[in-house]
Design a protein around this ligand. Structure first.
Ligand code: ACO
Length: 324
């Protein structure tokens, strides 16, 4: 059976940085409240660059680093909850921008679990096709979906994109097990970009998109219960001991959530790297953005076992064991 490995990882975050103190100038909040409750101190905000632009920069980095021909890319998946438009998909826009004529491209919507859902779809499609390379990107411009007068959600989010280049090969297998789970009955705990059907015909006004709304406490409880369950499930099912995992790379929503999960799994916090302090919660981008940063810092090596885990809108959970 064909094997699939990670050939490259890359990330991009817009330069414009907004600190907690900056936010306290425009809403009733403080660095003390935000940082103690979430671990977030800054976030990047995209000015004039939409989600497809961020994702195209990541795709181009992946291609340049691997020095491959764009003709060999068979698949592009973008996981996002903040696409440029309902159609065309963000992935199709990326495919057009990088001029990859042989790539099938589509988006998936699984919010903060999206990168893991995308990796699972890509690796399975690669085994059943003759694609040599696939690109999976998590990319978000959440700043356009946030209500900047709502302090309960606005302080949490940031913009960015990151992804992986997957390669079909005969020798190295990266994917050692995945656990995906969806809790659609809890969907109203986290909603963004909601639209309503027209109430009469012709409609009195154009449909509007509603900004982010979240039941923070409910999502907190969900994450601290269901993420450890998912990680334990995927490890048990695939006979990987938690003690043999080098890093748990979790969705970067909140440092308190990560601490609670580390405690429940009885694993040292040193195995749970984090960067939400500098980027905030970048939804589908957060797991690959941290992976890309660790890769840049020389913290990832062949032979390591890594568990990726995302949680968020849907509600969704996804955990994946990766062998580097
Ligand atoms: N600054 C100052 N005060 C604030 C702010 C703010 N930014 N936001 C809320 N408050 C106030 C509230 O009004 C409330 O005041 P009150 O007691 O006078 O009514 C008080 O702080 C406490 O508010 P809570 O919402 O109860 O605060 P909580 O301790 O639950 O923390 C938080 C909120 C940080 C959102 C927490 O619930 C959390 O982290 N939840 C998880 C959310 C999450 O991770 N979501 C993302 C996952 S999905 C995705 O990534 C798309």
């Amino acid at each position: 059976m064909k094997k699939v490995k990670i050939n490259q990882i890359a990330g991009y975050a817009p330069a414009y940085t907004v600190s907690n103190d900056d936010l306290s100038q425009i809403m009733d909040t403080s660095d003390e409240w935000i940082s103690t409750r979430t671990g977030i101190r800054k976030r990047r905000i995209s000015l004039n660059e939409n989600t497809s632009v961020l994702c195209t920069k990541v795709a181009q980095q992946l291609i340049d680093k691997a020095q491959i021909s764009v003709d060999e890319i068979g698949l592009i998946i973008v996981a996002t909850m903040s696409p440029d438009a309902c159609t065309p998909s963000t992935a199709a826009l990326v495919q057009g921008q990088i001029k990859a004529p042989n790539a099938v491209a589509f988006d998936i919507s699984a919010a903060c679990s999206g990168f893991i859902y995308g990796m699972e779809i890509a690796q399975k499609m690669m085994r059943m096709s003759d694609f040599k390379y696939a690109i999976v990107i998590g990319g978000e411009v959440l700043s356009k979906e946030v209500d900047w007068t709502d302090r309960t959600s606005a302080v949490l989010f940031g913009d960015g994109a990151a992804g992986a280049l997957l390669e079909a090969n005969d020798n190295v297998e990266a994917f050692a097990g995945t656990d995906l789970k969806t809790f659609g009955d809890l969907g109203d705990q986290l909603v963004a970009g909601e639209t309503n059907p027209i109430g009469g015909f012709p409609p009195a006004k154009f449909t509007t998109f509603h900004p982010f709304k979240m039941d923070g406490r409910a999502v907190y409880k969900f994450a601290t219960t269901e993420v450890p369950n998912s990680i334990e499930r995927v490890c048990d099912h695939n006979h990987v001991s938690l003690d043999d995992v080098d890093y748990f790379i979790l969705h970067q929503a909140n440092i308190r959530i990560i601490k609670s999960i580390a405690k429940k799994l009885n694993q040292p916090l040193t195995k749970f790297p984090n960067n939400m302090e500098r980027y905030g919660n970048t939804s589908a981008a957060s797991v690959p953005l941290l992976l890309a940063e660790m890769n840049e810092n020389g913290e990832l090596h062949a032979g390591q076992t890594i568990v990726l885990s995302g949680f968020g809108g849907g509600l969704t959970i996804g955990s994946q064991i990766i062998k580097l």
